[in-house]
Structure formats: C-alpha cells, structure tokens
Ligand binder design. Structure first.
Ligand code: CTP
Length: 416
C-alpha cells in the first residue's frame, strides 16, 4: 500500500494527540510541530512542564493548538475533573517532544511529581518520545539505561540527530527535525508499510575459534545491524536477526539467532530463507583456522613464532544474493573500507550481486577513536546501480530509519 505523505492535508483528521513539551531549547520546534499537526487537521492538546515553560510560553502553545495549554498538576479548575487522567484518556497518541533527560528518567522510574509525569504514569495510550539533550548527557549510561527501559516497555522513540547544539558543542543528542517527528506520528497511525514482508538481518562480528580460549574476531559492535533490525520491525516487517557476539540486548519483537562463527551465521541465514529482504550488516571474518585446536595452544621454549593456517569462509551475502531458488527480492550488503571507499564499495555491489551497498569507512579517526564500529554514529554512502548518495553523519538509529524508508519505497514500487 502506498501512503502519500503531505505536509498539508487531512492526514490526521479525527486523530487526537497529547503533546508533552519538556525543558530543552528544542522546545521551540514543538511550536512548529503543533502547526503541522493542526494543518493536517489533527487535534492537539499540550502539557508544558515547568522547565518547558522556560522555553515556550503557554500563550503561544494555546494560540497555535487552539486549546488550553496545561501546566499545573494542582490546578483547581483542571483537576476538579482529574485532568491528568482525562488528558491521557482523551488522546490516541502521546508525543513527548522534546523529551528531556529528566522526563525520560521520571518515565523510566515511574515518578509522578508534576502534571507531565503523572499523566504519563496514569496513561494507557501509546507514547512516542523525541529525546533532546547535550551529547554527553545522551551518552551517559544513566540516560541510555532509562531509554533502553522505555524501549523494553514498548515506548516508541524518534532517535536524536547529530548536529550543532545550543551549548556550542556538536554531536548526537539534537532533537529530530519536525518533519521527522511528524512522519513518525503518521507512521504510527497508518498501516505498517512492511507488514507483509519478512526480513533477514545479519549483525555484529563473527568469532573464529583458534582453540578453546582464543578466537579471530573484529571490532564490530553490532549497533548498526541491530538498529536496522529494529527499524524494519517498527515498519511492520517480520524480522530474523542473526547476530554474532555483541553487548547489545536482543531486540524485542525480532527473532534473534545468536551465533559465533561465520559458518554458523551462514547456516542460520540459509535456514531463515525464504525472506523478502536481506541485509548483511555483519562484519564476517573472511578467514577461519583450518583446524580448531582441541586444547589450548601452549608456548614452547625457544620458539618465537606461531603459524596459523587459515581457510576462506564462504561469503554469506553472495550466497544469499546468488541463491538459485530463494534469492530475496531485495539484497543489501555493507562495505567496510579503510581506503578507496566508493570504488571498493561499487566493486562489491557487482562482485556480490546485491542490489544496494551501504558503504562506510572503518578504522581510527585523527583522535585515535574508531570511526564507525564502536561509534553510535555513522556516515554512509548509499550505492545502487542507479545512484550513489552521500548521507549526512547521523545516529545509527537514524541511518536505520532512513534505510527502512528506502526499503519501504522499493518494496512498494517493486511489489511482486
Ligand atoms: N560478507 C559476508 N560473508 C563474508 C564476508 C563478508 O556476508 N564471508 C558481507 C558483509 O556482511 C558485508 C559485505 O559482505 O555485507 C562486505 O563485507 P566487507 O567486510 O566489507 O568485505 P569483504 O567481502 O570481507 O571483502 P574485503 O575484506 O576484501 O574488503
């Protein structure tokens, strides 16, 4: 089904949104979001937190939303009829934008000490949050754990962007743009575009055993592959994730098969076929020891080198994209390169017979930090037979959400 997204229409008619504006400079974007919802005939009521009121006024919010702006849990008039319960019962969706670190923490821990947090705790409605904060705050383990808790509870998220911050720093944490939030709202209300499709995603590194205690591995964190699995799941696809060892939790709502070696990954992928879409984001070891030692290899006095005989692993991506009977309709590979990124990536598009390649540079940046593998961000090139596009550096979640949109468009246009 094709959904035409316009920024001026009646897409949201009969839809009721409760917008919660918490404290952050990004609150100014919420005013534009209110206008966009109204222009699309949606109804929007707003709660502004005390901190939010430092950035936008109840008067501007009330004028744009054409509704009262709610600010006070202890309002005699609003709470006479239990305003905090009524506000959540009357809406179809709660959107928290911007979602500050403070409000996210309150949500994760079930605090209820103001109108916004009490309404959220008393809510029985789906909720979408658009986090916005300084990069270091976003990276803080406390925030990440709170966000993961909310994700586990089914709270939808619009991942923050990379960009300049009001504080003068640059990085991940900027609230998504208004049109991205608006698209997530409309995505929520309309049919999941990939709901009729099965997807296979590979993620993380493979470990090739040398002996019972050692292995050949690589620095892949699995963050990009897992983010893609989640974005496809959110678009409605039935996702099988085949993952090497990572520190990430298995995503909710996906069938995850945890493997170690390239051979195990290959077998799990072949077992998952047929699928409609395959995305090979894993960093698969090209080589594996000819023989895995049954005992730990010991040092020998006087011998200062060790020869490991390696054999080539089968190429999983190529095996899938050249499958005689079960080739998925869309096969996407990654190219991790330290040099000649575009040329090498384009050669992989041909040699591996896939439809698209997502190319990214790997290795250390000028500060000695890993550019791609361990990072939360990615800068990629999208390469198909028809075009090469450079995508702006963004969070891996953002890259995944954009890729899911490209996949949706492709599947709509090439529906078999
Ligand atoms: N890949 C795979 N199976 C392998 C090797 C790679 O499925 N045995 C896939 C990766 O998941 C990725 C793509 O092939 O989608 C390219 O992987 P990359 O590591 O960039 O390239 P290689 O094929 O390993 O080639 P090289 O190491 O020579 O760059």
């Amino acid at each position: 089904m094709s959904i035409i997204k316009s920024n001026n229409g009646d897409m949201l008619s009969n839809k009721k949104i409760l917008l919660i504006i918490s404290g952050g400079i990004a609150a100014y974007k919420s005013l534009e979001l209110i206008r966009l919802i109204k222009r699309n005939h949606g109804e929007v009521k707003c709660i502004i937190t005390k901190a939010g009121e430092q950035f936008v006024t109840p008067l501007s919010v009330a004028s744009l939303s054409q509704n009262k702006a709610y600010t006070d849990l202890w309002s005699l008039t609003d709470e006479a009829d239990m305003g905090h319960i009524r506000l959540s019962r009357e809406c179809d969706l709660i959107v928290v934008a911007p979602a500050s670190a403070d409000l996210i923490a309150k949500m994760a821990h079930g605090l209820a000490n103001d109108l916004a947090s009490t309404t959220l705790l008393a809510s029985n409605k789906p909720t979408l949050i658009a986090p916005a904060m300084n990069t270091e705050m976003w990276r803080n383990a406390a925030v990440q754990e709170n966000v993961a808790t909310l994700e586990k509870r089914g709270i939808l998220q619009i991942a923050p962007n990379v960009g300049d911050m009001a504080c003068g720093e640059t990085g991940l944490g900027r609230m998504s743009e208004v049109d991205e939030i608006f698209t997530s709202i409309t995505d929520f209300f309309f049919e999941k575009p990939l709901k009729n499709y099965n997807a296979l995603v590979t993620s993380g590194p493979t470990y090739e055993a040398i002996d019972p205690v050692r292995f050949l591995g690589n620095r892949s964190s699995g963050k990009q592959g897992h983010a893609i699995a989640k974005a496809l799941r959110d678009a409605g696809a039935k996702v099988t994730l085949v993952s090497g060892y990572t520190n990430l939790p298995n995503p909710n709502g996906c069938t995850t098969i945890n493997i170690e070696s390239a051979q195990e990954m290959l077998e799990a992928c072949e077992h998952a076929l047929p699928v409609d879409i395959a995305i090979c984001a894993a960093a698969v070891s090209d080589w594996t020891p000819v023989q895995e030692g049954t005992q730990k290899i010991k040092k020998t006095e006087g011998i200062n080198s060790l020869n490991l005989e390696l054999k080539k692993n089968l190429d999983i991506l190529k095996t899938i994209s050249t499958h005689k009977t079960l080739r998925p309709q869309l096969v996407i590979g990654f190219a991790a390169e330290t040099e000649n990124l575009l040329n090498n990536a384009k050669s992989k598009l041909e040699s591996k017979s896939c439809d698209w390649i997502i190319a990214n540079e790997v290795g250390a940046n000028e500060n000695g930090e890993e550019k791609t593998f361990a990072s939360d961000e990615n800068q990629i090139y999208f390469i198909s037979q028809e075009k090469t596009e450079e995508w702006a550096r963004a969070s891996k979640d953002n890259v995944a959400q954009k890729l899911a949109k490209y996949i949706t468009k492709y599947m709509e246009e090439n529906d078999r």
